[in-house]
Design a protein around this ligand. Structure first.
Ligand code: CP3
Length: 351
């Protein structure tokens, strides 16, 4: 059991999310569970990604795997952003090496009319897994998550991963009424999926709007912001910290905070001191070591991590993370060493 006597409420991770003082900078890694771990590859051997995401036992096991290796300050619920869409009956699969692929991509109004909201009974494995995880984790907080409405729409409209988001943008720019109808439905599903996770015991939530960075601030404000804001507003009553993350979102950081996030996730393109200037007061930051740095000699990792910590001190609260997910070729021992380094270096305070 990975437990101690205190409750998650007083953990460094939740304290940093709330911009309170911490004994050390908390750290966790996006995709800390996943292909970089041999035990993950073994657990997944005979199961498809979606089969793993709908098995309470596998969710629990895979979520705990990185906690057995790293002294990370939080666990992240093992799932995928398309799990709630599958749960409401959409024809989606996750193809290895590709990502989410829809059998029948979004084609128009009829598809909006057919989409329904998610009910907790659609995802019993989520409630069950989180219940077991919270009991097992003790004082270590569990982060729940969902995909942001834009990123979900992008997969649904494109039918799969897309570099330029051309179909998504054509719908967004050309048919705003239909776009907002689609995003409203996806927002309902996202809110329901996050509520299930918090009701089951998740201590914080992260909204992954990974591909929102392809939009200009004006388009983001008009087409995405109201929906993401509705997600954060709906979660406010739960009292759990809300993290908002995207890739290439340097120009959107202020807006992503204004949408209602307590913590703004930053990728490696914008330094944390600059990000701190771009968000409004009252926000903590999360990030932002380039995941590719973990493939370099330790001296480079250490120097770069120290720089992230130094710049993170200019924020009102800082949670150390990578700028995006752990790359599959990452050596887990480097992540273990980095976790301990962040703890020790930050506990020492500024040089
Ligand atoms: O962070 C974690 O450890 C929690 C697990 C998690 C997964 N997906 C597991 C996963 C989280 C938070 C996600 C979110 C997710 N899924 C996002 C947002 C975060 C991001 O990376 O920007 C997105 C865009 C997706 C969609 C998706 N699912 C992609 C792009 C892929 C990778 C495709 C590939 O094989 O390279 C997936 C599959 C996926 N989701 C894997 C994992 C561990 C790999 C599947 C495998 O093991 O074969």
């Amino acid at each position: 059991m990975i437990t101690s006597v205190t409750a998650p409420e007083e953990s460094p991770f939740l304290r940093a999310c709330r911009r309170q003082s911490v004994p050390h900078t908390p750290v966790w890694f996006m995709r800390q569970a996943g292909r970089s771990l041999p035990e993950y590859r073994a657990a997944r051997k005979r199961k498809t990604m979606l089969a793993a995401c709908t098995s309470a036992d596998l969710i629990t096991e895979i979520t705990l795997q990185p906690l057995r290796r790293y002294h990370v300050d939080a666990a992240i619920f093992f799932s995928d952003i398309v799990v709630p869409l599958k749960a409401v009956g959409l024809d989606v699969d996750i193809k290895a090496g590709v990502g989410p692929v829809f059998g029948r991509p979004f084609r128009g109004e009829g598809d909006v009319a057919r989409m329904r909201d998610l009910d907790p009974t659609d995802v019993p494995y989520v409630t069950k897994a989180i219940g077991s995880l919270v009991a097992e984790l003790g004082a270590t907080p569990l982060i729940g998550f969902a995909g942001g409405p834009f990123t979900l729409a992008s997969y649904l409209v494109e039918g799969g991963p897309s570099k330029n988001q051309e179909r998504t943008k054509a719908l967004m720019y050309g048919q705003p009424k239909l776009w907002h109808a689609l995003l409203s439905k996806l927002t309902d599903i996202t809110i329901s999926f996050l509520r299930v996770q918090v009701a089951a015991g998740a201590s914080a939530v992260q909204l992954f709007d990974s591909w929102a960075g392809t939009l200009s601030p004006d388009d983001y404000r008009a087409a995405v912001f109201p929906h993401s804001k509705r997600v954060f507003d709906a979660l406010a009553e739960t009292g759990v910290p809300r993290i908002h993350f995207g890739v290439g979102t340097g120009e959107l950081l202020g807006l992503m905070g204004d949408a209602g996030a307590d913590v703004v996730g930053v990728d490696w393109r914008v330094s944390l001191d600059e990000a701190a200037r771009r968000v409004d007061i009252g926000k903590a930051l999360q990030g932002n070591l380039d995941p590719a740095v973990l493939l370099t000699p330790w001296e480079v990792v250490e120097r770069r991590a120290r720089d992230v910590l130094a710049r993170g001190r200019t924020a009102e609260g800082h949670i150390f993370n990578l700028g995006h997910g752990v790359l599959p070729e990452t050596d887990p021992d480097v992540l273990a060493r980095l976790t301990d380094y962040v703890h020790e270096e930050s506990a020492r305070g500024p040089a």
